[in-house]
Ligand binder design. Structure first.
Ligand code: PMP
Length: 453
């Protein structure tokens, strides 16, 4: 029998972890999660944690939804694998494409499938380049993203990501991938600048940047409606309206990265609806299958679809696709996930829970170690600071965010620290009582953090 000690040893010796300090892993050791139960996960010692982050912002239906388990099991028994190249399809993926189309926030023509958010965003970039080549505009290739954006870790998507850790020592970003200012009013506004005036300034800066680069060289702008991994940045009112006016003026396409915001998180089916985005291309993943199986999707509007179709008529088949694009098991689980969202009224659920969630989150703003609290729907973040009046940050070496997250874990709550920002993104099926318990645990962690400060 494999004991917990054996597993610990195997993991330390053989497993290179993503986003983990490789040198420290042997000392810290793995947190071995063995089971899921509703909004909880359970470790090897039988300790239960409320998963306040839905894993990595994805397990919207919790960790044991019977309908998803049944759909996946049945799909494995029926057709465990087939591909979708060269006109092949399967019943689940055809229905899933049609369903996504019908849910889209703006009219979309067709849906392409991949396995991760990173792959979806790489696909979007390639589609944009293909599109402008097909139109005879080979210079129109630059993609604009924002500082602190998170779009993934593959070579193109990591280039779009606007976080230094994803570029340093990876020789990224690639040329043609540029970054403009992050719309975080709390950190980026000038003294006395209103959120609307801040939004106007960012749009003017974008306009100036596009003119400077040359509008004939700028192809697309990519944005998360709410920035997730960059610190849960909720854009100021009027931001996307003003940004889109600039994009239209210079015929720059809009890619909405709905990898976190999609499927109810912000209180509408799409973050694009909550914040008024009208994307040409939309990428989604994560909650598309509640994280149960890897799958992502790229939706394209008529404009992109028409050039893709015409060009593949001209030069041969569209030369892009993954072995697992439209995987029948992943597609079946995603299709069932979308049905569950409808049957369980998940968007309405978020709308009902959000006021209480946001109020409880703002309850932390009074604490002496909190600089700013922000959020929308069932996503939010708390910034830890050394001084709440001056908002002076903790020194990096103090690892304040990581310490708070470790205390929360001891209290039976998993949260994510991104630097000194503590994020919450609980499963959308969480009950009122479970939410109350989540915040009690977080307050206890904050009490202990403050006591130790
Ligand atoms: N876009 C956004 C907005 C994300 O949050 C993430 C993942 N956190 C990605 C893209 C990349 O997704 P993946 O990790 O599945 O490649």
């Amino acid at each position: 029998m494999t004991t917990p000690q054996d597993l610990h040893g195997l993991d330390v010796q053989a497993h290179l972890h993503p986003y983990t300090n490789a040198a420290a892993h042997a000392d810290v050791g793995p947190l071995m999660i063995e089971r899921g139960d509703g909004v909880h996960v359970i470790d090897h010692a039988g300790r239960r944690y409320i998963e306040g982050m839905s894993g990595l912002w994805c397990a919207s239906l919790g960790f044991s939804h019977p309908r998803l388990v049944a759909a996946g099991t049945q799909a494995l028994q029926t057709l465990p694998y087939y591909h979708t190249f060269n006109h092949r399809s399967n019943p689940a993926v055809a229905q899933l494409a049609a369903r996504l189309k019908s849910l889209a926030p703006v009219p979309m023509a067709r849906v392409f499938f991949a396995n991760s958010g990173s792959e979806a965003n790489d696909t979007a970039v390639k589609m944009v380049w293909y599109h402008f080549n097909a139109l005879g505009l080979p210079r129109k290739k630059k993609i604009l993203a924002r500082q602190r954006a998170y779009h993934g870790v593959t070579v193109a998507s990591a280039s779009l990501t606007g976080l230094p850790a994803n570029h340093a020592d990876f020789d990224l970003p690639l040329p043609r991938m540029l970054h403009v200012d992050c719309p975080h009013h709390g950190r980026g506004a000038l003294p006395g600048e209103s959120p609307e005036a801040f939004a106007t300034r960012l749009a003017e800066q974008l306009d100036a940047r596009i003119r400077e680069e040359g509008p004939d060289t700028v192809a697309a702008f990519i944005a998360e409606p709410v920035m997730g991994a960059g610190g849960v940045v909720v854009p100021p009112p009027t931001y996307f309206e003003k940004i889109q006016a600039v994009l239209q003026r210079h015929q720059v396409l809009l890619i909405a990265d709905e990898v976190i915001c999609g499927f109810g998180r912000t209180g509408q089916m799409w973050g694009s609806q909550t914040f008024g985005l009208r994307p040409d291309i939309l990428t989604c993943a994560k909650a598309l299958s509640s994280g149960y199986v890897p799958i992502s999707a790229v939706m394209v509007n008529d404009r992109i679809n028409d050039t893709l179709t015409a060009n593949s008529q001209r030069i041969g088949s569209f030369g892009h696709g993954y072995t697992y694009s439209g995987h029948p098991v992943a597609a079946a689980v995603a299709l069932e996930t979308l049905r569950v969202y409808e049957d369980e009224g998940i968007v309405q659920r978020v709308q009902a829970l959000a006021p209480g969630f946001q109020a409880a989150l703002r309850g932390f703003a009074e604490r002496s170690v909190v600089g700013e609290v922000r959020g929308v729907g069932l996503i939010g973040a708390i910034d830890l600071v050394a001084d709440s009046i001056t908002r002076e940050p903790y020194p990096t070496a103090a690892k304040a965010g990581a310490r708070l997250a470790a205390l929360a874990q001891e209290e039976g709550l998993i949260v994510r620290a991104m630097g000194d920002t503590v994020a919450l993104c609980p499963p959308l099926i969480i009950s009122v009582e479970e939410l109350a318990s989540l915040f009690e645990r977080l307050h206890r962690a904050f009490d202990r953090f403050e006591a130790a400060a």
